[in-house]
Design a protein around this ligand. Structure first.
Ligand SMILES: Cc1ncc(COP(=O)(O)O)c(C=O)c1O
Length: 482
């Protein structure tokens, strides 16, 4: 019965090319804009990124060759298994078949290693000596610390303060791999000092941490310090597509032509993109696949944010990006899924949402942890709070399939393990977790603030394939019985 419980590929079956959805979207992407309001040039971007990364950021080809050395580094843990969640299916009495890519099976425990290796490798080719970065939950900072160690590069990580305090062992992990981890906002940068003067108890945000990391990279006039971003930008989405490309091969191996539903959680979007982009290509080419990015109700950039040009960080060091945003100065509430507390969203995903290719949804913390505990008690793995958003949405869909009597194939990414995130689990089990939904007035204020700053309005507005916070399946969750 359990013959497809774990579907493995051989190391050499790992993809040889990454897939670039930006090249195939029905409408061409809007360009990022520089301080002069003109599209950013490659030269401007090489101030913080090596040239080969800038080339990928602006790439217009659908397929990009993965250098063999990068493939060999990734083979430490790739291809990752595709697993079937038989025991959750049985628990839910659903006719749906639930498959998931296990990205927790990497040294640092999440999908982030896929781009960390690639970015560190390209930086090594360019002679970079130090890489600065931000991290939310600590997964990206850990993965990059490890990748930098492999490439002989120093790694400095600004970790959002609330997560730094909630997850002290993440810092120890980064240090174990040779990285340095600093709580953000910090006294190390001008940006950090300014935030602390105005808001001494600031819990931090990814937007602030990005500003701190970019400030250090720009400030090194020797050019040997570069910045690396763990999500949002096109090249990061590109590097993650190994996930979906492998999943396609694995489904083919068991005779499944296509999934019916593809889901994954989205912070800046790279986890979602990794699984979804190869299937988005199929959807653009006529296949019937429902694709769902999942985000927290407390940080709902895709489901409720405005689509506009906005900065990727607090201080406006980054170009203006056309994306769904809650405003670059938005500081999300201190939820346990630190990796999902980002005000913006990948421009490629934002545009695909505008084109009606995706149906975003959002989930509150309690429903997420309920799903995570249910997952642990059926499937066994203790998943990251970020991944629990995906599992909560998967449970909604599996119950819907039961109610409709349909044998749907559901596919998602289990983006990371949660063994260093137990404070959140404990709070949930003690019934101490708060849910938070962003008031509409704050979203309206964001739109007004962006307009008042004179940022160019992105020409495409939200197209209304969904309505804000529309998909409320919480009635399907039976909260009394875990
Ligand atoms: C385990 C895990 N899953 C998902 C995410 C969200 O990633 P992304 O920003 O790529 O959407 C993160 C971010 O840190 C994470 O740590």
């Amino acid at each position: 019965m359990y013959e497809d419980v774990k579907i493995n590929l051989n190391p050499n079956d790992m993809p040889k090319e990454w897939y670039n959805l930006a090249a195939d979207l029905p409408t061409p992407m809007l360009p990022p804009l520089g301080p002069d309001g003109k599209p950013v040039s490659a030269d401007q971007m090489t101030a913080i990124f090596p040239p080969s990364i800038v080339e990928q950021e602006m790439c217009t080809k659908s397929w990009v060759t993965i250098p063999e050395e990068i493939r060999q580094h990734l083979m430490r843990w790739r291809p990752t298994p595709l697993r079937r969640a038989y025991w959750l299916e049985q628990y839910l009495k659903t006719p749906a078949k639930i498959y998931y890519k296990d990205e927790s099976a990497s040294p640092a425990g999440s999908h982030k290693g896929n781009t960390a290796i690639a970015q560190a490798w390209y930086n090594k080719q360019a002679g970079t000596k130090t890489i600065t970065t931000e991290t939310g939950a600590g997964q990206w900072g850990g993965a990059l610390s490890f990748a930098c160690k492999l490439m002989g590069i120093d790694c400095k990580v600004f970790m959002v303060k609330v997560s730094f305090e909630q997850k002290p062992f993440r810092k120890a992990l980064m240090r174990t791999w040779g990285g340095t981890c600093i709580a953000s906002p910090s006294e190390v940068t001008e940006v950090g000092r300014k935030v602390l003067r105005e808001y001494p108890d600031c819990p931090g945000s990814l937007g602030i941490a990005i500003s701190e990391a970019v400030e250090l990279a720009v400030g090194d006039k020797t050019g040997s310090t570069k910045y690396a971003l763990g999500s949002v930008l096109n090249h990061v989405m590109l590097h993650q597509t190994v996930i979906g490309l492998e999943a396609k091969k694995q489904l083919e191996m068991i005779g499944i032509k296509k999934p019916d539903i593809v889901l994954s959680c989205a912070g800046g979007g790279s986890n979602f993109a990794g699984m979804a982009f190869p299937f988005t290509y199929d959807k653009i080419n006529g296949q019937d696949i429902e694709i769902i990015p999942v985000e927290p109700t407390s940080c709902p950039s895709l489901t409720r944010g405005v689509f506009a040009y906005d900065y990727g960080d607090l201080s406006g060091f980054t170009p203006l990006l056309p994306m769904h945003t809650l405003g670059h100065d938005y500081i999300p509430s201190s939820i346990h899924a630190g990796g999902l507390r980002y005000h913006g969203m990948s421009p490629i995903i934002s545009q695909a949402v505008n084109e009606g290719l995706y149906n975003p949804t959002s989930v509150g913390q309690n429903e997420c942890f309920l799903a995570a505990v249910r997952w642990a008690r059926t499937e066994g793995w203790v998943i990251a709070p970020e991944s629990s958003h995906t599992v909560a949405a998967v449970i909604r869909e599996a119950i819907k399939a039961r109610e409709e009597g349909k044998e749907k194939t559901i596919l998602f990414t289990m983006s990371g393990h949660g063994y260093l995130d137990m404070v959140g689990y404990e709070k949930f089990l003690n019934k101490e977790l708060q849910d938070f939904s962003l008031p509409q007035s704050e979203i309206d204020e964001t739109e007004a603030r962006l307009k008042a700053k004179g940022f160019p309005e992105a020409p495409i507005r939200r197209t209304g394939k969904w309505t804000p916070g529309n998909i409320d399946h919480s009635q399907y969750m039976d909260h009394g019985k875990i």
